[in-house]
Design a protein around this ligand. Structure first.
Ligand SMILES: C[S@@+](CC[C@H](N)C(=O)[O-])C[C@H]1O[C@@H](n2cnc3c(N)ncnc32)[C@H](O)[C@@H]1O
Length: 435
């Protein structure tokens, strides 16, 4: 799991847990659970009973396999944790939260003093450990145990980490059991030893707290607006529906299921891939569907509102990324634009079921890109000599700046389109009398 996903999972899990507590429910249905990162985190970190539903059997099988490994290593690790005399000694000696707080801080100071960080930029412990963590420490039983274990762990070095614990770390999503959320502490600033120690300590705390690891239940099913969750989950009870990156119509259908089923008490869905949304007022002649991804609300339906694929593609662009200096892939966009001209002028093709895909990164030059793309589109490239292809490149290369400006404009407008899609969903909920 990369840093972005790790951040998303941690932030969303915290929110879902709060909503679940607010509603007084324990069951969570993760729609489009994919590899199960969110589901695993919700079940293991927050002790929620999670069902992850994904249309892909490969994802479900992968999740079962990870669960199997987790269970095995978790049990083995629990036995070790219980038998660990160091930890038990410390448990008896440190039963005051205040003492624990001091110990905890001391451990961090000690480990940081030994760390590569300290020698590099002489950061203080306070730079890395926010004070709010201590507040939590004094109130949470789990955290208290964590501190005790941290003290014990500080006496070990990385090479002493048990094989079982490392095996658990390998099958868990990265950072899944870290004590601090990424918003509290910049994990990139921590050296590997520090990270491993924190993970180890948190695992120990969990292992001693629960008698059995809390694993989620992966299921395979293709979710539509008409899906009856009760047909998929036999012990369905009052629950919260969640979805991280519910692509295309999945987000819309999640809301439709939510409004139709009283046992679903709350919904928390983060949509994505707006280009995959089905639109009611686009290419109407092609479709016989009655349930559409956009628009959902009657207000926009009455106006026959249509975004179109290009606008929906733009809605996926992240202004925030560009703002922090991650530039648009101008070269690949330029290649693709010139390829479009070549295809139209030489093959008369304006629309195709086939996609060029990620050819750019596999191409050594523009010529190579065009040849590979034509093959992928099943167009006869032998009729185009190299010189002809390169003439197109020369003809348009001075317009690259225009393309970049155009794409920047798209990026700037992206939030407007995304907000339109999100407001449509909110409007739909309001029309269904959900406030
Ligand atoms: C963008 S991925 C997100 C996966 C996961 N939630 C995450 O954040 O890592 C979307 C997932 O939804 C699944 N999916 C898409 N449409 C679906 C549907 N109609 N029913 C069930 N799963 C679906 C896909 O197989 C894919 O795993």
């Amino acid at each position: 799991m990369n840093n972005k996903k790790s951040h998303e999972v941690q932030v969303m899990s915290e929110l879902v847990d709060k909503i679940a507590n607010y509603c007084g429910i324990k069951q969570v249905i993760d729609i489009g659970s994919g590899k199960g990162y969110l589901s695993s985190f919700l079940s293991m970190q927050y002790n929620l009973k999670v069902y992850g539903i994904d249309s892909s059997n490969i994802n479900t099988n992968g999740a079962h396999e990870r669960n199997r490994k987790l269970k095995k290593h978790w049990r083995a690790y629990q036995s070790r944790a219980r038998a660990n005399p160091k930890s038990q000694r410390l448990e008896k000696a440190n039963d005051s939260p205040v003492q624990n707080e001091i110990k905890f801080k001391a451990v961090n100071e000690r480990t940081l003093n030994n760390s590569c960080l300290q020698s590099q930029d002489q950061r203080t412990t306070q730079d890395l450990v926010p004070s709010c963590v201590f507040t939590e420490v004094t109130t949470s039983e789990t955290s208290k145990q964590t501190e005790i274990d941290l003290v014990a762990q500080a006496q070990c070095n990385e090479s002493e980490l048990s094989e079982e614990a490392l095996a658990i770390l390998n099958v868990l999503p990265a950072d899944a059991v870290e004590i601090f959320s990424s918003s509290q502490c910049n994990s990139e600033e921590l050296c590997e030893e520090e990270k491993a120690q924190r993970k180890m300590a948190s695992i120990k705390a969990k292992a001693s707290k629960s008698s059995e690891s809390n694993l989620y239940f992966p299921l395979t099913s293709y979710i539509t607006a008409e899906t009856e969750l009760g047909d998929i989950i036999t012990d369905l009870e009052d629950c919260i529906m969640v979805g991280l990156h519910t692509c295309g119509d999945l987000a819309a259908n999640t809301l439709r299921i939510f409004t139709a089923k009283p046992e679903i008490k709350a919904v928390c869905s983060v949509g994505c891939c707006y280009h995959l949304l089905s639109e009611q007022y686009e290419n109407q002649e092609d479709c016989t569907e009655e349930v559409w991804g956009f628009p959902m609300c009657q207000y926009l339906k009455d106006k026959g509102w249509c975004c179109g694929r290009n606008a929906r593609m733009s809605a996926c662009l992240a202004l925030e990324r560009i703002a922090v200096g991650q530039m648009l892939p101008t070269d690949s966009l330029f290649y693709r634009a010139v390829l479009q001209v070549i295809i139209e002028e030489n093959y008369g093709v304006t629309k195709s079921e086939r996609h060029v895909g990620k050819i750019f990164s596999k191409s050594s030059s523009f010529l190579d890109y065009v040849r590979k793309s034509l093959k992928k589109l099943e167009l006869d490239d032998s009729k185009l000599p190299d010189s002809c292809i390169m003439d197109y490149y020369e003809k348009y290369k001075h317009r690259m700046n225009e393309l970049e400006a155009f794409n920047m404009l798209k990026v700037v407008l992206a939030p407007c389109i995304e907000v339109l899609i999100l407001l449509d969903r909110l409007c739909y909920l309001k029309e269904q009398c959900f406030y």
